[in-house]
Design a binder for this molecule. Structure first.
Ligand SMILES: Nc1ncnc2c1ncn2[C@@H]1O[C@H](COP(=O)(O)OP(=O)(O)OP(=O)(O)O)[C@@H](O)[C@H]1O
Ligand SMILES: [Mg+2]
Length: 390
């Protein structure tokens, strides 16, 4: 079957350029499909393949996937249980299923095929990668997120990572029933959102920060005006009064970039009730702290960090990079004033994601503040000192 398919593909490739396939306008997909299928049927006939109807159908689907879709990746993309597709090299395509990473069964023809897939995926978005700009983050029309990185930055070859979009995002109740968080933790978070506490969700890569943010956002009242700011839009809030904004990378000449910082400044002029930043990862941290401290309470965001304490120091470091030249002490004071609740997520050895800690900012003592661990079923235990004095 496999050899037959490769031969068929070659024959179809030979046949197509000769036909008027190339001259058909790009939007005439139906006509192009017909041409490809006709060429394929002819090739099957000429090569004398004997295929039963279901083999024939499989082969035609595969061919159409390759010509019009994402080739062999198409079957992985269609599989609802697969949440992540990772192409490391042609022979090693990994998938994530139910929180576990597994090698997939597909194998690509070579780096050329990976390059073709990359072009096919990001080309229609008007994006392009090459040696001069060797990596890119993009969002597909269906909401899935794509990252591409090329040599020489990648030592393996072109590497493609796709985080698939879940067509129905997890609700807080679902996360509870999956034991990502306890019902006490869920109730506490819902209450915090309703009371317009400023919340930071921290955790390592892929621990479920964005998912949790999306889930808790459902506690925001329907009459609030919500503005979301993201690098690649992933959030899907249920409220109807939501304005999603997305940053823009620089163009090929390196111009025209719109950063999260730019968006945040603009968002403040849009009469927001809530500002949601998908992920804080740069100097916008300072603008966020200032916004929170000047009356824009109730913001929710995520940050990459290994512990709640680390989340605060990362925010501090990011705010320091804003170039305003504020002393660290001033930034720590702003942090203590601005942030109310820190939620930390972790992934266990089995891949299971869970809320490991919810800390609240304790500002009772002057000049110093603490994080109090509001853990699942025990009264507050540990408290981490995070003092403005070093
Ligand atoms: N509690 C959960 N249980 C099972 N799967 C989850 C859970 N939370 C998130 N996921 C899945 O894990 C993947 C990563 O989730 P998400 O994008 O929320 O993580 P993240 O921490 O925001 O990642 P990143 O660091 O890349 O921003 C997604 O495929 C998502 O559907
Ligand atoms: Mg995220």
């Amino acid at each position: 079957m496999k050899e037959a398919y490769i031969k068929l593909k070659e024959r179809v490739r030979e046949k197509l350029p000769a036909s008027d396939y190339a001259t058909l306008p790009a939007d005439d997909a139906g006509q192009k499909r017909k041409l490809v299928l006709r060429a394929a049927r002819e090739a099957v006939w000429e090569e004398g393949f004997i295929l039963n109807p279901s083999e024939m159908q499989d082969m035609m689907q595969k061919l159409l996937d390759e010509v019009f879709g994402f080739g062999q990746l198409e079957s992985l993309l269609r599989d609802e249980e697969i949440t992540e597709i990772m192409v490391n090299d042609p022979a090693r395509v990994y998938i994530e299923k139910n929180g576990v990473i597994l090698p997939s069964e597909i194998s690509l023809e070579g780096d050329d095929e990976i390059y073709r897939l990359i072009d096919r995926i990001i080309g229609p978005l008007g994006l392009h990668v090459d040696e001069a700009s060797p990596y890119i983050d993009a969002r597909l029309p269906d909401g899935s997120r794509v990252n591409v990185i090329l040599p020489p930055l990648s030592l393996l070859g072109p590497v493609l990572t796709i985080r698939k979009f879940r067509s129905n995002p997890y609700t807080i109740e679902e996360l509870e029933s999956m034991r990502t968080l306890s019902s006490r933790q869920a109730d506490f978070l819902k209450k915090s959102v309703r009371e317009k506490k400023s919340i930071v969700i921290s955790g390592g890569a892929g621990t479920g920060k964005t998912t949790l943010l999306n889930a808790i956002s459902s506690s925001i009242a329907a009459n609030e005006r919500i503005i979301t700011l993201e690098d690649a839009a992933e959030l899907r809030l249920q409220q109807s009064h939501v304005i999603p904004l997305e940053t823009r990378p620089p163009n090929l000449e390196g111009r025209g970039e719109i950063t999260l910082r730019d968006l945040l400044r603009n968002a403040l002029r849009m009469r927001p009730d809530r500002i949601i930043i998908g992920e804080v990862r740069g100097p916008e941290a300072l603008d966020l702290l200032q916004a929170l401290n000047t009356g824009h309470r109730g913001s929710i965001t995520t940050v990459h960090a290994n512990s709640p304490y680390d989340a605060l120091s990362r925010l501090e470091t990011m705010a320091l990079t804003s170039g305003i030249g504020l002393p660290s002490r001033a930034i720590r004071e702003q942090l203590a004033q601005a942030i109310d609740v820190l939620v930390h997520l972790e992934r266990g050895a089995t891949g299971k994601r869970r809320v490991s800690e919810i800390s609240v900012m304790d500002r009772s003592s002057t000049g110093e503040f603490h994080l109090i661990d509001y853990s699942a079923d025990t009264p507050p235990t540990s408290s981490t000192r995070f003092s403005p004095e070093r």
